[in-house]
Structure formats: C-alpha cells, structure tokens
Design a protein around this ligand. Structure first.
Ligand code: FES
Length: 106
C-alpha cells in the first residue's frame, strides 16, 4: 500500500496527455482522457515495455515495443501480444490536486 501521491494540479495535464509518478518504486502513468484522469502501471504485461510513451488512440494505448494495446480506463488488454491486464490505480482530486495511490496491497 502507498499513501496518496500528488500528480499535478487539475488542468496541468492536458486532455490526451499524461504524467508519470513513482509510487514506492512502482511507475504509474496518469492520463487525461476527455477531462477525466485514469492511472495504470507503466509496464506492459507482454514483456515489460514502458507504456506511457506509446500512441494513445481514444481510450487505448499501444505499447511501442510489439503493439499490444490496453484500455487506459480499465487496464484491460484490447490487442495481443499481451494477454494479462495492466494494473490500474485509484485517482482522487484533493484541493485541486490530482492524486493517485497504489492500492494493490491494502
Ligand atoms: S513489451 Fe509491450 S507489446 Fe511487447
């Protein structure tokens, strides 16, 4: 479990853009999709590629290494060669600041 981590002030991440944070050693990518923020682990479940640098197409991101796709809102795989979902994390807004935390070990 990690505490809530400040990501950015609301409005600092433009729609379609993202920000990376380190949550106790876990790299988390926070995306703004149409004004809503979503957080997934920045690690492709196929072979460990960094996802955040990939191309965002609608709600999906494509891994630059071999082309697997994931739904940014849910973490679900939408195209192989990955078959396992990527971890997703909760987001909250506190006093105008976007925050994320790793809740996997609660
Ligand atoms: S590491 Fe992402 S598709 Fe292979």
């Amino acid at each position: 479990m990690s505490d809530w981590i400040n990501v950015a002030k609301v409005g600092e991440i433009a729609p379609g853009d993202h920000r990376l944070v380190d949550a106790d050693g876990t790299q988390i990518a926070i995306f703004n999709l149409g004004g809503e923020h979503y957080a997934i682990e920045d690690v492709c479940t196929h072979d460990g590629g960094e996802l955040a640098g990939g191309c965002v197409m609608g709600d999906e991101i494509e891994c630059v290494r071999h082309g697997a796709r994931f739904n940014i809102r849910t973490g679900a795989v939408t195209a192989p060669p990955a078959y396992e979902p990527v971890a997703k994390f909760p987001i909250r807004i506190e006093n105008g600041v976007v925050q994320v935390r790793d809740d996997r070990w609660d």
